[in-house]
Design a protein around this ligand. Structure first.
Ligand code: S3P
Length: 439
């Protein structure tokens, strides 16, 4: 992946965001479309696939396990499924770049295969906690070796017979839930996962869409082994987590009026809309429809004065990837914004609490990190230099901050924007953000 190149963004202050655009495809759904399409019987046709490094890492992993995959050609992918038992041993370790979703979901899916496999990643991914999947997988009978710190590389020993478990997730994590449901496809009996708070349910929806029964009762989701997946067509909506940058940008930049088309509106992902509306944002939801088992809409956002709030903790897992840019919204709000209950942010692609606090402070904002969140006083964003620490969402968040800054903002280490939002610079420029990429 491209973390070794210092791509720097330079963003001129001011401007407004206007027009109608479609941001790239949903990352979570793109990963799952390749994984489940590969395990299905028949050909799965995907449109709107995210051609970002993370989902391409998943695609390459399945190719390395013998799955014939055509594309992506302009978001179109055809996966020639091999069935639940048709994957082959890869010749080399599977390199998953920056992608936590690839590693955690694959760990579950591969724990039940007949072959050994090793999963590796870049420096950020190699520092992220994997015990959260290793521990329950081990209870199911899987054999997974990690470093003494519980991190990648992960060595998964094949040929184990897995047993279903009934597992209560200690943290609200869709990655861990999905990992266990995928392992459950290969385990004897029933595998059930109970979550402490709702997390994204794309795995459950896509399994059901491919004819695999998922039993859902309140906070519990269960699968039973012995079924099979039927290939289907998957229309990947635009990623609400990528739309989030523009929703905040247009909210904070006076004179903005921006429409984002075909955005995924799965209720386990729309916390960003609820939080921004609580702050006073003007977001209209237009043409709500359902596409392939996922709700979709167009979003029209116009600038509005924002107020600081205490972010309800129940919304945290529903907006878990959007806090870097929500912190920028908070700097542009009057008064204080308080986030609590979000310690998970410390183990994302970077420590998003510390890295955002450092960057906001460098721009003159009173941002105080806490163990599980942040306290931000609205203020005037100055000019200066910040470091994204190779975290795509930090880089794009600071790019949006320039819309309200008093001078230029330079952002270092932006190459990983390509993991989730290829074409960000051109798309954002087209709406009115004066951003340049060098390096
Ligand atoms: C994801 C789940 C979330 C999210 C990540 C994608 C997924 O992680 O942060 O970007 O596709 O399942 P957790 O479930 O670990 O919170």
């Amino acid at each position: 992946m491209s973390t070794d190149k210092n791509i720097r963004f330079t963003v001129a202050p001011g401007g407004a965001l206007r027009g109608t655009i479609r941001v790239p495809g949903d990352k979570s759904i793109s990963h799952r479309s390749i994984m489940l399409g590969s395990l299905a019987e028949g050909d799965t046709r995907i449109s709107g696939f995210l051609e970002g490094e993370d989902s391409l890492a998943t695609l390459a992993a399945f190719r390395a396990m013998g799955v014939r995959i055509e594309g992506p050609y302009d978001g179109e992918v055809t996966v020639h499924g091999v069935g639940l038992h048709g994957l082959q041993a890869p010749r080399e370790p599977l390199y998953l770049g920056n992608s936590g979703t690839s590693m955690r979901l694959l760990a579950g899916l591969l724990a039940g295969q007949a072959f050994d496999v090793e999963l590796t990643g870049d420096t950020s991914l190699s520092g992220r906690p994997m015990r959260r999947v290793i521990e329950p997988l081990t209870r199911m009978g899987a054999v997974v070796e990690a470093t003494p710190a519980g991190t990648a590389p992960l060595k998964i020993r094949g040929g184990q017979s897995l047993q279903g478990i009934d597992y209560a997730l200690p943290v609200a994590s869709a990655q861990v839930k999905s990992c266990l449901l995928l392992a459950g496809l290969y385990a004897s009996g029933r595998t059930c996962v109970t979550e402490p708070a709702p997390t994204r349910d794309h795995t459950e929806r896509m399994l059901a869409g491919m004819g695999y029964a998922v039993e859902r009762q309140a906070a519990k989701a269960c699968v039973q082994s012995g079924g099979h997946l039927q290939a289907t067509s998957i229309d990947v909506p635009a990623d609400i987590s990528s739309a989030a940058f523009l929703l905040v940008g247009a909210s904070i930049a006076a004179g903005s009026d921006l429409t984002l088309e075909h955005v995924g509106m799965n209720p386990t992902r729309t916390g960003i809309l609820d939080i921004l509306r609580l702050m006073g944002a003007s977001i209209e939801v237009l043409a709500e429809r359902e596409v392939g088992g996922e709700p979709v809409a167009d979003l029209r956002v116009r600038s509005a004065p924002l107020q600081g709030i205490a972010i309800p903790e129940a919304l945290v897992p529903l907006a878990i990837d959007e806090f870097p840019v929500l912190f920028v919204a908070a700097t542009c709000a009057t008064g204080e914004t308080v986030l609590t209950g979000a310690e998970e942010l410390r183990v994302k692609e970077s420590d998003r609490i510390q890295v955002m606090a450092d960057g906001l402070q460098a721009l003159g904002i009173d941002a105080r990190p806490t163990p599980d969140g942040m306290v931000i006083q609205g203020g005037v964003i100055g000019s200066g230099q910040v470091n994204s620490h190779g975290d795509h969402r930090i880089a794009m968040s600071f790019a949006m901050a320039a819309l309200r800054a008093s001078g230029e903002i330079r952002i270092d280490d932006c190459a990983n924007v390509n993991t989730s939002f290829p074409g960000f610079v051109n798309l954002a420029r087209g709406t009115g953000l004066d951003v340049r990429s060098d390096g």
